[in-house]
Ligand binder design. Structure first.
Ligand SMILES: Cc1cc2nc3c(=O)[nH]c(=O)nc-3n(C[C@H](O)[C@H](O)[C@H](O)COP(=O)(O)OP(=O)(O)OC[C@H]3O[C@@H](n4cnc5c(N)ncnc54)[C@H](O)[C@@H]3O)c2cc1C
Length: 364
């Protein structure tokens, strides 16, 4: 058994930022991540980020990952386990890990679950044909391993991820035939949509995929139009020839590990679906087990970082080894989160967080 003050499960932006605060509080920390490299989603993101200077605006995602990794990696009180998957989590704060063909056990005084999110998928005929991908898989193939997934793609979903990945596909030489959106409005930022349109990619709203066509692999997609109740409009079907279909219809928090310890899970659509309930200090309903980042609500890397810093600070206080600049930093990062959530895209998150507080009060 390995003993630590804090075990952080997930070394994405939220886990790395939590680690930075805990190390500055002189605590013994272990980060366990199943990826080939730390950085979470950031290592696949080749585009420059928006936002403010404090959250590395105008810096590419993978460069932000390097900055966050470098700020902690050589600290003598940090142990990093990469390509290590946490398989089980137990209420006595023990985690079981598969690492280098060994089964390891870690016991910590507190645990931070920062496992991010997984992709949502769509139910349609033949959705298991080769040539159908999630947007995350496409990003991993192209941006992490340098593999061009297909010669052409129909993108389903026009949120920021769908739009950004479409652009990245074009940069990799893939013909993006169309972006298909079920609702009446494009989901992502106008700047990303305009960039695609300027490059000749049509973005169709009020449409969805009904079926993938092909015997051994995708050869075409059947696209249908939808009415205002999301019902199929008769005789609206059209066939788009394509060798690939990419599904980008949102992310769902990876709450399952917290389900294992019987932490209370609530259904909050504004935060991405089922989420572990946390209090104002990001502690779940299990004493000493915290969570942050996409795991407690789908937002962006900017907010995941701020939540990570805050969670690290809150945990330092919980362990009675308060960060030397606790009050000043808590104020700074809480203000930053408020600013990030104050724009039009923050309305949904704020509604979700209010619901989180209500459900948490009921659970207490
Ligand atoms: C295409 C795309 C574009 C984006 N663009 C932007 C943007 O422009 N600006 C912005 O601010 N945000 C952007 N985001 C969102 C941002 O990347 C995420 O919000 C952010 O990465 C969430 O951070 P996280 O630390 O919560 O989770 P993640 O980054 O998902 O990290 C979770 C980590 O947990 C690890 N893990 C999971 N399960 C286990 C387990 N069982 N055992 C061990 N390790 C585990 C994973 O390997 C991963 O490293 C984008 C996302 C995508 C997909």
């Amino acid at each position: 058994m390995i003993y630590k003050d804090v075990l952080i499960i997930g070394g994405g932006p939220s886990g790395l930022c939590a680690a930075a605060m805990l190390l500055e509080s002189n605590l013994e920390v272990m980060i366990v991540d199943r990826g080939l490299s730390l950085g979470g989603q950031l290592i696949k993101q080749t585009h420059k980020f928006f936002g403010s200077k404090d959250q590395y605006a105008k810096t590419r995602g993978f460069d932000i990952a390097s900055i966050l990794i470098n700020q902690v990696k050589d600290h003598p009180k940090l142990k990093i386990l990469q390509e290590a998957t946490v398989l089980g989590l137990y209420k006595d704060k023990v985690a079981t890990i598969s690492h280098e063909n060994e089964y390891k056990k870690i016991k910590a005084k507190t645990i931070i679950v920062a496992t991010g999110a997984s992709e949502k998928f769509l139910a349609f005929e033949n959705n298991d044909l080769p040539g159908i991908y999630g947007a995350g898989a496409v990003q991993t193939l192209m941006n992490q391993f340098g593999v061009k997934p297909q010669d052409d793609i129909v993108m389903i979903g026009s949120g920021n991820i769908g739009l950004i990945v479409s652009y990245q596909l074009m940069q990799a030489g893939v013909h993006v035939k169309a972006v298909i959106e079920a609702s009446s409005k494009i989901g992502g930022y106008k700047v990303h949509a305009s960039k695609l349109r300027r490059l000749g990619v049509p973005i169709y709203t009020n449409k969805t995929i009904k079926r993938a066509i092909g015997k051994e692999r995708v050869e075409a997609a059947e696209i249908i139009s939808l009415d205002e109740h999301f019902k199929e409009i008769e005789n609206s079907s059209e066939i788009i020839k394509t060798s690939g279909i990419c599904i980008s219809v949102g992310l769902a928090p990876s709450y399952q590990m917290l389900d294992m310890v019987d932490a209370k899970i609530g259904y909050i659509p504004e935060l991405g679906g089922s989420v572990p309930l946390v209090d104002e200090k990001h502690m779940t309903t299990i004493d000493g087990i915290f969570s942050c980042g996409d795991n407690i609500g789908i937002e962006e890397a900017s907010s995941a970082m701020m939540e990570g810093y805050l969670t690290g600070l809150y945990v330092s206080k919980y362990l009675e080894q308060k960060h030397p600049n606790y009050d000043e930093l808590v104020k700074k990062y809480e203000n930053a989160l408020t600013v990030l959530r104050s724009g039009p895209f923050g309305v949904k998150t704020s509604k979700g967080l209010n619901r989180m507080r209500e459900l948490m009060n009921d659970a207490r």
